[in-house]
Design a protein around this ligand. Structure first.
Ligand code: PFF
Length: 504
């Protein structure tokens, strides 16, 4: 495909990759995961995970995306037709994640407006679940919640609008605006949080090392999981994004810049979040441990409390915080949608506009399920199974197939080194062929045993876990295999590669 879309500039590609990596995972997941798993001591397993799995896989994905120039399914098919299903599995997982990630960005959008009059009142948890989300019984969907449907529609209009415009004029331009803005907003938040009374109490709690935790296998698993999620690897995203790189592009430098920027932002978020938590603990005379939280609880229940307690400019701080979540979320959502748009476009040989309309439209429609009274329960389960189980397994299949099945690591290493300033050596080969498969394999076996033997997941009965957890997960696997058996509508899809490889 000689007329394949391309990034306009190197900075454009890096900003898009960093934009995908920096998301809700950095802001609401990392600080608590670090705090819970050894505080300052967590940085050791975190850095080990970054350098033995995160950056090596990022390099792998940038390399294959660049070499085979396709969406994840086309890249895998060009590696070997029998491996195409892994690409589809990743794409379908991304499709599933996009449907609920959009809803969370919608919540953040509502909350950035609520900040103007601190609409959540004093009972922030009650406001979130009752007044705003109108959470109903576990099981039925109930009716739509207009307060969620409206921002959700706005999110999709923005995201699909960006995607319609294409790679250079849409995704690249959006990230060039979103990411610098996000960094500036977030720096203001962190500086403000650091100057609040009690900030040092929070930071002490965050950084205090508990070295004894390092003997705990679950701490290491937490570090690897965080790195995988945070770097957006094994989601098909980085393969798709790097397929739009011009032929002459440095791979390794780009991967290091992306990986280190993401971790830098993660550290910044940890400092900001824990300074603010320290302030809340001191001003309500409680312990940091009592106020610390992650995920939805941290962003939509604890942060509103922090905002309530601030001495002045509460509204502005609130707005900046939620606007940051929106920006970080949008750039990640765009990246995850691009995976299936590119895949549909190539497989069915349709125009980009059609692929965005069908793929994007379908995910927007499905996302409405989570904008109902029962939606939060569905969201929690799909998140656990499609994301935690699905992405982990897809990553495991990716490294095993490439490193062991197709034995491609050496060839990819040569290709990569011929393009990059920093050359990769034995470190990369060992990480991909030994360390990552073994560690991911261990993690996934343990995860599956835990999930299979638990009668209740997060308090949910099996009658809900099966349709909203295991079925969506199984659909990504079965669907992956089914899509892989369908014919490529463009006859040259698999052929083009051969000529491109020869000419490259
Ligand atoms: N790296 C993203 C994050 O940290 O939030 C992970 C991600 C989630 C990417 C959802 C894309 C996405 F749609």
């Amino acid at each position: 495909m000689s007329n394949r879309a391309q990034w306009g500039t190197r900075a454009g590609f890096i900003l898009a990759a960093v934009g995908s990596a920096i998301g809700l995972g950095n802001i609401w997941r990392f600080p608590y995961v670090a705090y819970e798993n050894g505080g300052g001591a967590f940085f050791l397993p975190y850095l080990v995970a970054l350098f033995t799995a995160g950056i090596p896989i990022l390099i792998l994905e940038f390399t294959i995306g660049h070499k085979y120039r396709g969406s994840s399914p086309l890249t895998f098919a060009r590696l070997n037709k029998k491996a195409e299903w892994v690409g589809w599995m990743q794409v379908l997982i991304s499709f599933g994640i996009a449907t609920y990630y959009a809803v969370i960005i919608g919540w953040a959008m509502s909350y950035s407006i609520f900040s103007f009059n601190l609409k959540w009142g004093d009972e922030t948890g009650g406001f979130l679940m009752g007044d705003y989300l109108k959470v109903g019984d576990v099981g039925p969907a109930g009716s739509f919640v207009p307060g969620v449907v409206i921002p959700l529609i706005i999110v999709w209009v923005i995201v699909l609008g960006i995607l319609f415009k294409g790679i250079k004029k849409g995704i690249e331009v959006a990230n060039k605006i979103f990411i610098p803005t996000l960094v500036v907003l977030f720096l203001i938040i962190v500086i403000r949080a650091l100057t609040l009374e009690g900030a040092t109490t929070g930071l002490n709690a965050f950084f205090k090392p508990d070295w004894s935790q390092l003997g705990n296998a679950s701490v290491w698993t937490a570090a690897y999981t965080q790195i995988f999620f945070s770097l957006s690897i094994c989601f098909a995203i980085m393969i798709t994004y790097s397929s739009y790189l011009p032929r002459k592009s440095d791979i390794n430098n780009n991967a290091f810049i992306t990986g280190l920027s993401n971790s830098g932002f993660e550290l910044l978020a940890g400092i900001g979040v824990f300074s603010a938590l320290g302030f809340l603990a001191v001003s309500t005379q409680s312990e940091v441990a009592d106020v610390a939280a992650s995920g939805v609880g941290l962003a939509f229940a604890v942060f509103p409390q922090i905002i309530n307690q601030m001495p002045f400019l509460n509204e502005l701080f609130g707005f900046l915080f939620f606007a940051s979540l929106v920006l970080a979320g949008l750039s990640s959502l765009v990246s995850i949608c691009e995976t299936y748009i590119a895949a549909f476009q190539e497989k069915f040989n349709i125009s980009r506009t059609k692929a965005v309309a069908i793929g994007g439209g379908l995910s927007a429609l499905i996302s409405l399920i989570y904008a109902t009274e029962g939606g939060v329960h569905f969201l929690t389960l799909v998140d656990q199974y499609v994301l935690v189980v699905g992405v982990g397994l897809a990553g495991l299949f990716e490294v095993i197939i490439i490193a062991w099945g197709l034995k491609k690591v050496k060839e990819l290493q040569q290709y990569n080194n011929s393009l990059s300033d920093i050359k990769i050596g034995a470190w990369w080969v060992i990480c991909l062929t030994v360390i990552t498969p073994l560690l991911l394999g261990y993690m996934m076996v343990k995860q599956l045993i835990d999930d299979f033997t638990a009668p209740f997941i997060d308090g949910y009965p099996l009658s809900l876990v099966i349709p909203w957890g295991w079925v969506p997960f199984a659909l990504t696997l079965v669907g992956g295999i089914v899509f892989a058996t369908l014919k490529w509508k463009s006859a040259e899809a698999l052929e083009t590669n051969k000529s491109e490889e020869v000419s490259s």
